[in-house]
Design a protein around this ligand. Structure first.
Ligand code: IMP
Ligand code: MG
Length: 173
């Protein structure tokens, strides 16, 4: 088994600085950043600090959604494992996810925030796997287009392994 680098730590860091600039240029003062756990935790931590560099002072709260279990194929059902605690009503919410595939996770999170009266809900994903959408949704901010293969690292897992890698890569036999 060989691990190949798809997006290096340096490429990711540069892309996050650019994303933070785009987000800052269009954000309200009362920004609430909501990472969707678990896969987005490293991306969210780096993006939050990049947002700080732009002069923003966002608050952060977390939701944990799961559609995968330990398989590599989406089960189609999105479960809420942990919910937010901060006020959502009237706020400018930015959802953060690691990767957009079927779109079910992001769609579910967006519905939850809208139902709680968010003033605006936008989303930022590190990776977008084109051609896999099962629901109609588009991220407002995207890091990279991702080739159609199962990727790991920088927070993304395969059955809970590989999250610790500083880059995004894939396993080859
Ligand atoms: P969606 O609900 O199908 O859009 O899937 C989004 C979730 O599936 C992500 O938050 C990831 O946790 C997981 N996922 C989708 N593709 C991959 C992959 O290539 N590697 C690791 N996790 C993935
Ligand atoms: Mg996952």
């Amino acid at each position: 088994m060989r691990l190949s680098v798809l997006f290096s730590a340096e490429e990711i860091a540069a892309r996050i600085r650019a994303l933070a600039g785009e987000i800052a240029a269009t954000s309200e003062r009362d920004l609430l950043v909501v990472p969707i756990l678990t896969g987005s935790f490293i991306f969210a931590a780096d993006l939050l600090r990049a947002l700080h560099e732009t002069g923003l002072a966002p608050e952060m709260d977390f939701i944990s959604l799961s559609s995968y279990g330990t398989g590599q194929k989406s089960s189609g059902e999105v479960q809420i494992l942990h919910d937010t605690e901060l006020r959502i009503e009237g706020r400018d919410v930015l959802l953060i996810d690691d990767i957009l595939e079927s779109g079910r996770t992001l769609a579910r999170a967006k519905d939850m925030m809208m139902a709680r009266g968010a003033a605006r809900v936008r989303s930022c994903v590190l990776l977008d796997k084109p051609g896999k959408l099962a629901v109609k949704i588009k991220a407002d901010f995207t890091g990279f287009a991702c080739p159609d293969r199962f990727v790991v690292g920088y927070g993304l897992d395969d059955a809970h392994a590989w999250r610790q890698l500083p880059f995004v890569g894939y396993l080859e036999n």
